[in-house]
Design a binder for this molecule. Structure first.
Ligand SMILES: N[C@@H](CCC(=O)N[C@@H](CS)C(=O)NCC(=O)O)C(=O)O
Length: 268
């Protein structure tokens, strides 16, 4: 049995849950509530010193980093092999989880902060309180970024840069799907590359931003195939209250027209 420390809507937790479901691995979810900052509690930091989700414990072994957890689960458990055996294909497959970790995830954080976190904070606190709260963030580059997103929103240059990264990542995925011939990123076999990308499309679809890729036909067709796979039930926690996702959609719907306009201006 895997002890799975996760947040119910977290993208990186979704990556791991997709593999647990795909390989039919028994697991028990332990909720880490990010809004309540449970990921920074002393007890959780002992498991995951970076203070992020997910973390797994398997037979007393602790593992962090979603892409590495997925490699581990794939090797240790029976079920479909999600990593190609050919060394070249394996290297090419691993490009995608790496790209997600270093590019797509940080850019998505910027867009999610602006769409969901920013209005929630604005409703709860005065500008002065928000400034003091952000100034207290220890990571200086993170604090600068939050200050700009909080007070400039979609007009922050960091928002435009993030949107550009997301759009160009999806264009490169569309091309890869065209080149592989599908149905999956690596061709015939569903792999950790498909797993790694799926939660990000889910996040953007949930906040009503699927217009970012709706003109990319190979990507769109792949996404429709992904959504009818049996393991898709793991993209978010099965215990998630659907009202949480509905509230997010409402927030995204409000700013989408501004985002659409920016996308057109960026011409990516
Ligand atoms: N590279 C890490 C990233 C983990 C990560 O940033 N998780 C997010 C949720 S999707 C998180 O815990 N965020 C809380 C925070 O950064 O304070 C992984 O892939 O596991």
């Amino acid at each position: 049995m895997i002890e799975f420390y996760q947040a119910q809507t977290s993208t990186n937790s979704g990556k791991v849950r997709l593999v647990l479901e795909e390989k039919n691995i028994p697991y028990r979810e332990i909720d880490i509530n990010l809004e309540k900052r449970e990921h920074r509690s002393a007890a959780y930091l002992k498991l995951n010193p970076n203070g992020v989700v997910p973390t797994i414990i398997h037979e007393d072994r602790i593992l962090t980093e979603s892409s590495l957890i997925n490699e581990y689960l794939n090797e240790v458990f029976d079920g479909p092999d999600l990593v190609p055996s050919d060394p070249l294909l394996k290297g090419q497959m691993r490009y995608w989880p790496l790209m997600v970790d270093i590019k797509l995830h940080p850019a998505t954080w910027v867009i999610t902060y602006t769409t969901l976190t920013r209005p929630a904070k604005m409703a709860a606190k005065s500008d002065e309180d928000l400034k003091s709260e952000i100034a207290a963030v220890k990571d200086l580059s993170r604090a600068q970024l939050m200050m700009s997103l909080q007070f400039e929103g979609v007009r922050s240059p960091s928002f435009a840069a993030a949107l550009q990264i997301v759009r160009s990542s999806f264009k490169s995925l569309d091309k890869a799907l065209k080149d592989s011939g599908g149905p999956w990123i690596m061709g015939d076999g569903y792999s950790l590359a498909d797993v790694a990308l799926s939660p990000w499309l889910m996040r953007f679809e949930n906040i009503m931003f699927s217009g970012i890729w709706s003109d990319l036909e190979h990507l769109q067709a792949w996404w429709e195939r992904i959504k009818v796979r049996p393991n898709f039930c793991g993209i978010v926690s099965k215990r998630l209250d659907p009202a949480v996702l509905e509230k997010r959609s409402d927030r995204g719907r409000e700013i989408w027209p501004e985002v659409r306009k920016l996308l057109d201006e960026l011409q990516v």
